[in-house]
Write a new protein. Structure first.
Lengths: 256, 659
């Protein structure tokens, strides 16, 4: 069993609710183990706060294995912290040094208002999906799964786009707070598959319209989203979405 | 013996479901529009049911405690989903899937439910592919399969190590489509705190808006709980941090029987505990056992590195004990075998509570195949390992990355260290064939019910059951009830039953806030988990269970005197949420021990040390215990046992053998 020996200073964003303003508050932590996850380090902080009679820091988290997309801390200026291709829950304290000062903030974007402390409201993502991120097939409509062979390369490419966990790191890191990586990942997944073709151009128009309505910014090809995405979602998806969006005006008879 | 009616249709096993579907009463489209259904939970079982019922025309309200329905813990399922498609031409069939599931469950599941599950399994794959779920494919463009424990065919469909994610996102997209059309009202960050009953029927729920703390009343002609399992009663488990029993437990306290609570699945391949700070355990998918060989050193207390232990000094104990199934024995068997080796002093790693899962042999084998494909004859070992590693990476890359991230070790170079951990709960709310609990109008689907896995669930069957219930079973069976409710108008939520239920929920919240004790919620949760793991975990005995019951009762009393919940109830208060959940876990923990104590036999995940064969295998007692134990909640946290006899008319009950 590991015993910890790291001493840390945390600067954590505290904000009571979306009606108040927030501020960074300093906390000292001692005896942190390098084998702890970043969120387990926050558990230690919260236990300490509760024992002192103070209110714990509220942060979103659930599966703690990097797949649910719920954890969302902005750590030292980077979403999900310093390591590439991991979520905050999979970030471990061995990525930090004894004596470090760590600044932890919530996702910052107009479309992701702060709810409390490090928790933000990402329901805008759900509304973008509801606008068209699906194939319209009711339960019971399906034919035998193997009646539709799909080349492996194509299926694998769709899977890679589908690996998005909807955490919002792409938005948080983008200077324009653009959601294009998230939106284009879903559009690509379905555009790459034969099942997605009937609604392909309708979908891209509806989802982009909803994305704009939610107040996400535009893409200026900086590529921070791809660099910070814990699942390695590729910028190519944005190119594909833009192509489909442009084509939609010519190819599709429907406008949405 | 039975005093419970499971409402299994008459007739031949293979015709029951077909006959049921063609004779069940229907609700006409215009009536559906005025019938409201509440679904609690948005995982595979909840989201699929919500989407399907809305497609059929019902008015649906769906609730989840997370910030989005896409976060439900189904998302973390890794390995795959079973379906009797027989695409591999290896002799699979509906009957074989049915048989494997009954046998895997150690003959403690209901035949009719399991056969129905096997029947609809193929439809699930069709539906998911139609939704655009990118399941793994072969170069010919057709779907790929792999093997899972407890079977000798390849019937598991998968999407890398993220099958649950892809299936859930499929169900989520179907759900969001209905939300977009206004046919489902979605309530995220809402937690159900009470079931509302009127004239004995479930007619709604009280839910807490977790952001504002406000208690809300919601009416439904029927209520469906798809709220997942209760593995977090052990504190450490592979469940998500928020997974809880509260919705099911509140239903239990309103008269829904809780069945087989002691049936807990301890998964054999999880990353071992690394320290006291541990908040959860991470699974390494069972699919890894396709390509990994499990071993420990032959010598006790062998402190050499894995790579320094020569082949003939390794004990591949699963292959030794179970030659027919080898590394692919069911989970309960594999877990106990790992515990046996570690208890006997052969464990590895710093804690000695781990065994090796080694991919070397199969990496080399794959490498040879790849070399041959590339026209390299007689490849050297290094080439084989390099090419083979690429194959392993494609199959399990995300799992290997996760392992490396958590442990700081490279699993491509050294074998993984693994140990069993709490993963799934086969027990849950008792339901009849229609998935209705003992409260009329209250349904339960997915892991939250007890129905299909008996005493042990086979790998890749949880996703199958969740989606079977939500897409293909409940939407039919609920019609049998709702067709009689068409004349019932929506009941206004100022009805006294709603007022009373809300007052009750508020009372509990106020009490928790006002205790103002000295110890955090986690403090109590960890202590409960410790009792459960030590005395109601992988192995149980009467003495330990009796002690556990006494200790849990004392813990409950202490909790209600000394828990500290900071903040107020009219704001986002995660400690308050946890406190309510832990309070329910404490009561459930006691019931689990009572159930384990009552069942004087070993079966599946329930291993009573007093009841084992000379070789250490589970020893069932089919004469006295071939029943479902369904517990009724009685005032003051007491429980009364009801029994549903299990009749095996199509399968010969035998001692389970994987040798």
């Amino acid at each position: 069993m590991s015993t910890g020996n790291m001493n840390l200073t945390l600067k954590v964003w505290r904000q009571k609710n979306n009606k108040t303003t927030g501020a960074l508050v300093d906390y000292k932590l001692a005896d942190i183990s390098p084998d702890m996850s970043f969120l387990e380090m926050f558990d230690v902080l919260n236990e300490q706060l509760i024992n002192k009679g103070e209110e714990p820091v509220v942060f979103d988290h659930d599966c703690r294995e990097g797949i649910c997309g719920m954890c969302s801390m902005f750590i030292n200026g980077r979403p999900h912290g310093p390591k590439d291709l991991v979520t905050t829950c999979q970030l471990h304290m061995r990525s930090f040094k004894d004596g470090d000062t760590i600044v932890v903030e919530p996702w910052r974007a107009a479309a992701f208002p702060v709810v409390k402390d490090l928790t933000v409201d990402r329901s805008a993502f759900d509304r973008v999906i509801a606008a068209g991120g699906f194939i319209s097939v009711n339960t019971g409509n399906a034919q035998d799964a193997n009646n539709l062979p799909i080349p492996k390369m194509q299926a694998d490419a769709a899977f890679e786009a589908a690996a998005c966990i909807g955490c919002g790191a792409c938005v948080a890191t983008c200077k324009n707070a653009s959601a294009m990586l998230f939106v284009s990942a879903k559009i690509s997944q379905l555009a790459l598959l034969p099942q997605g073709q009937p609604e392909r151009y309708r979908r891209v128009q509806s989802m982009v319209a909803q994305m704009d309505a939610e107040g996400f910014g535009n893409c200026t090809n900086t590529g921070a989203c791809e660099a910070e995405c814990p699942k390695g979602i590729s910028l190519e998806n944005i190119a594909r979405m833009n192509r489909d969006f442009a084509s939609a005006k010519f190819v599709s008879e429907e406008t949405v | 013996m039975s005093d419970l009616n499971s409402n299994i249709p008459e007739g031949e096993l293979t015709n029951k479901w077909t006959k049921f579907k063609s004779s069940v009463a229907l609700v006409n489209p215009s009536n559906k529009r005025s019938i409201e259904v509440i679904i609690v939970g948005s995982g595979l079982a909840g989201a699929s049911a919500a989407a399907t019922l809305a497609e059929m025309g019902y008015k649906v309200k769906c609730f989840c405690f997370q910030d989005s329905p896409r976060r439900a813990h189904s998302i973390a399922a890794q390995g795959g989903i079973n379906a009797a498609k027989n695409y591999q031409n290896d002799g699979d069939s509906t009957y074989r899937l049915f048989y494997d599931t009954i046998k895997g469950g150690d003959y403690r599941a209901r035949e009719a439910n399991v056969h129905r599950l096997a029947e609809v399994s193929a439809n699930i794959i069709d539906q998911c592919v139609a939704q655009g779920v990118p399941l793994a494919r072969e170069y010919g463009g057709l779907l790929d399969n792999r093997s899972f424990g407890g079977t000798q065919v390849q019937r598991t469909f998968y999407a890398a190590g993220q099958t649950g994610q892809q299936l859930l996102l499929g169900a989520y997209s179907a759900l969001e489509r209905q939300i977009g059309m206004g046919k489902v009202e979605m309530y995220t960050r809402h937690e159900m705190l009470e079931v509302v009953k009127i004239d004995g029927k479930a007619r709604g729920i009280i839910a807490r808006n977790l952001i504002t703390g406000e208690l809300e009343r919601h009416f439904g002609h029927a209520v469906v709980l798809g709220t997942g399992g209760y593995g977090n009663v052990f504190y450490l488990s592979t469940n998500a941090m928020g997974s809880n029993v509260t919705a099911a437990w509140k239903a239990h306290k309103q008269g829904a029987y809780f069945a087989n609570p002691c049936y807990t699945q301890i998964h054999p391949t999880c990353i071992p505990v690394s320290g006291d700070h541990q908040s959860k355990l991470t699974l390494m998918s069972e699919s890894l056992r396709n390509d990994g060989r499990i071993w420990v050193p032959k010598k006790k207390d062998d402190n050499r590195k894995a790579s320094e232990i020569p082949e003939d000094e390794r004990d591949y104990y699963l292959e030794r004990r179970y030659p027919a199934f080898g590394n692919l024995v069911p989970r309960d068997v594999a877990s106990r075998a790992a515990k046996e080796r570690c208890d006997a002093g052969y464990g590895v790693g710093a804690s000695k509570l781990a065994v090796y899962l080694d991919f070397k042999a199969n990496t080399e084998r794959y490498g040879k195949i790849e070399a041959s494909k590339a026209g390299i004859h007689n490849p050297d070992k290094e080439t084989c390992m390099r090419l083979g590693t690429a194959v392993i990476k494609e199959k399990y890359g995300n799992l290997f990355d996760m392992y490396a991230q958590i442990t700081g070790e490279n699993p491509y170079e050294t074998p993984m260290r693994i140990y069993p951990a709490v993963h799934y709960t086969m027990g849950g709310l008792w339901v009849d064939y229609n998935l209705m609990t003992s409260v009329p109008g209250l349904y339960c689907t997915g892991e939250a019910n007890f129905s299909d896995h008996g005493a042990n669930r086979l790998g890749a069957s949880a996703l199958m059951q969740g989606l079977a219930d939500g897409y293909f079973v409940l939407p039919y069976t609920i019609g049998a009830y709702l067709s009689k409710e068409i004349s019932v108008k929506a009941i206004p939520t100022d009805h006294p039953a709603f007022v009373e239920a809300e007052a009750k929920a508020k009372g509990i919240l106020d009490t928790l806030i006002n205790i103002k004790g000295t110890k955090s919620v986690d403090h109590f949760h960890k202590r409960l988990g410790h009792i459960m793991w030590e005395k109601c975990g992988m192995a149980r005995n009467a003495e330990g269970l009796n002690e556990a019951i006494t200790e849990i009762r004392a813990l409950r009393a202490e909790f209600w005197k000394d828990v500290r919940v900071p903040g107020t109830s009219d704001e986002l208060n995660t400690e308050l949420e946890k406190a309510g959940r832990v309070a329910d876990f404490i009561e459930l923990g006691e019931l689990m021990c009572i159930d384990a104590l009552n069942r004087n036999e070993s079966c599946g995940g329930h291993f009573r040390e007093e009841y084992q064969t000379e070789e250490g295998e589970a020893l069932r007692d089919d004469v006295d215990y071939a029943y479902v134990a369904a517990w009724e909640f009685k005032e003051g946290v007491n429980f009364e046992l009801h029994k549903e006899e299990l009749k095996f008319e199509n399968i010969k009950v035998a001692q389970r053998s994987y040798k």
